[in-house]
Ligand binder design. Structure first.
Ligand SMILES: [Zn+2]
Length: 594
């Protein structure tokens, strides 16, 4: 790898226009082209005329902060992401911008690093870098779950730092500790904001088989200091016009250095903003496939659609009655004010980049209890005609002709909106008061997403009774619930979304909500069974969450997560042959260089 990088850099300096042969172990155009051909390319470029002058200027600062977050995310995903990108850039320049190297750069862009998901759903390196590890680059590369479990069993006092949401786990070697202490010396603000950290590092004894954790705030101090500078600059521009937004940006800038997001989350959720919003920080743990506890960085810069937001706020007034109708006993009292906004995505960074349809944050149960959670609905993705047409093609390939026209892009909007609201409802702590994340560990995300999917569908009839839905929009909401469960390829174990979608599909098949036509093999939706079947599955999911019983969670997941080549494989093949795109590559008009 080292020689190869050097060679590429040398070539770049000469800037030879002649096409360069790709070095060994770089994917050829034969390997890259089919993956790219299977990708729907979408550019998001919303109208920003409604932004004030100050907002337009602040946007530049926010985009710069997002760019840093994106690079941090790539670094969290793979230790060689930056060097891989440099070598691709150098090769691309040296080859006179050949199609081969452009393909590699496009794949790097959409993969956010050198590890690519193939059409067979494998995760492989497209150039010579180390293979992906379950813990990505926030744990030692060679660490296996059994080793860290054994260490924590022996050293329970270290669990809090090792399992922290925003910390990197390292082997306790002299070199590692010395590098961290050196970094701490260069960032006095981090030293001041983390009392006890210096002493903890200084007292860490050299032991390859032992582990210690350092806060992201220290590990990524140079980048986070820059992000904070941009957030503060944006805050200064907006201080007079939108003081709440400016306060949030300042708080969040400081949060990044403390690793404690409470101040930023509180001012984010309850502040009154105008045309702009930004989600920035590390929240979601989907990328940690080792322990499922580490949050990865993201940023989303959003332009508010005031008219759509106001209309939406009015429709969700009757939430408490939906909470009270859920099939479990320990109903909670909801915060009357739930900040839902409809936004157009200006640019997404890091973990958030892609065709995400909505966000609800923060996840922290105590913050949610104290301040509520903000829901950000992404209008220019949910109502993107190309994305919808692609979904419709797949739906049509496996659903009976009778039910096909039930699918609409509004149905997708409603299902997604109520999925996000679903995160607000139901169980948020176990019977004995634990967080669901720590109780259900690597199963927690799966159950939380499953619950929200089911709550969205469970609420649909109540929404019809309250006048939100008419018969057609209710059908559309329901039809999108089925669309969501269709799998183009067998999910990997560490894909919580796809796995829980497959579990729903299997439950719906066994309970007769979905019924295959013996002759055509196409699926019919038994709408008259819909509410009952959803209620049954939701009841069991809420029971698992309330019990906080990891074994029960595993048993339930194993009961419903199965793949039969005949049934699922056959449907997946139809979906793949439907002429639809497999994935979506999203670019942004606001970003000159992608
Ligand atoms: Zn969700």
């Amino acid at each position: 790898m080292r020689t190869l990088l050097l060679a590429a850099a040398t070539v770049a300096m000469i800037a030879a226009p002649a096409a360069a042969e790709l070095p060994d172990d770089y994917w050829s155009v034969d390997q890259t082209q089919p993956i790219l051909d299977a990708m729907l390319k979408v550019t998001l470029d919303p109208d920003l005329n409604h932004l004030s002058d100050a907002e337009s200027q602040a946007l530049g600062q926010l985009l710069a902060a997002g760019g840093i977050m994106h690079a941090l995310y790539e670094q969290q995903l793979h230790p060689q992401s930056a060097s891989a990108k440099n070598s691709l850039d150098a090769l691309h320049a040296a080859s006179g911008q050949s199609a081969d190297t452009q393909n590699l750069l496009d794949l790097y862009y959409v993969s956010k690093g050198p590890i690519v998901t193939t059409l067979e759903n494998d995760r492989l390196a497209m150039l010579p870098v180390t293979a992906e590890t379950p813990g990505k680059n926030v744990y030692p590369a060679d660490l296996e779950r059994a080793e860290i479990d054994a260490f924590l069993a022996e050293n329970p006092a270290d669990a809090k730092s090792i399992l922290g949401l925003r910390s990197i786990v390292r082997r306790a070697t002299t070199e590692n500790v010395a590098a961290d202490l050196d970094q701490l010396g260069q960032f006095p603000e981090i030293d001041a904001l983390h009392p006890g950290l210096r002493q903890r590092l200084e007292s860490t004894a050299n032991n390859f088989d032992a582990f210690y954790a350092v806060p992201y705030a220290l590990a990524y101090a140079p980048q986070l200091r820059e992000v904070r500078r941009h957030l503060n600059a944006a805050a200064q521009l907006l201080a007079d016009e939108t003081p709440d937004f400016a306060a949030y940006l300042r708080n969040r800038g400081r949060d990044l250095l403390t690793g404690d997001y409470e101040s930023g989350d509180a001012s984010w959720v309850s502040g009154k903003f105008a045309g702009l919003n930004i989600q920035i920080g590390s929240y979601e743990t989907y990328n940690d496939n080792l322990l499922g506890v580490k949050a990865f960085y993201s940023a989303s810069i959003l332009a508010r659609d005031e008219e759509k937001s106001r209309a939406l706020q009015e429709t969700i007034a009757a939430l408490q009655s939906i909470e009270n109708s859920l099939p479990y006993e320990h109903h909670k009292t909801l915060n009357a004010r739930i900040p839902v906004g409809v936004y157009n995505v200006i640019a997404d960074f890091g973990q958030a980049r892609g065709a995400n349809t909505a966000t609800i944050l923060p996840n922290d149960a105590d913050f949610a209890r104290k301040y509520g959670r903000t829901i950000l609905i992404r209008n220019n993705i949910l109502n993107n005609a190309e994305i919808f047409n692609n979904r419709k093609k797949r739906f049509d390939a496996v659903i009976s002709a009778r039910d096909r026209d039930d699918l609409t892009s509004n149905g997708g909007f409603d299902r997604t909106l109520w999925h996000e609201i679903g995160h607000y409802l139901g169980v948020s702590k176990t019977a004995d008061g634990r967080d669901l994340g720590s109780a259900l560990a690597d199963r927690a995300d799966l159950f939380e997403e499953l619950k929200s999917d089911l709550v969205s569908l469970f609420a649909a009839p109540a929404l019809a009774s309250s006048g939100y839905h008419d018969e057609m929009t209710l059908r559309a909401h329901y039809a999108d619930g089925i669309r969501r469960t269709l799998q183009v390829v067998k999910p990997r174990a560490e894909q919580p979304y796809q796995t829980m979608q497959l579990m729903q599909f299997n439950f719906y098949m066994e309970f007769g909500l979905l019924e295959p036509d013996a002759e055509s093999g196409l699926l019919t939706i038994n709408y008259n069974r819909y509410h009952e079947v959803i209620g049954q599955m939701l009841q069991q999911v809420l029971q698992v969450q309330y019990s906080g019983d990891y074994e029960l969670a595993n048993a339930f997941a194993e009961r419903w997560n199965y793949w039969d080549e005949n049934l699922h494989g056959g449907l997946a093949e139809r979906l793949r042959n439907s002429g639809s795109y497999r994935r979506t590559m999203v670019r942004y008009g606001a970003l000159a260089v992608n």
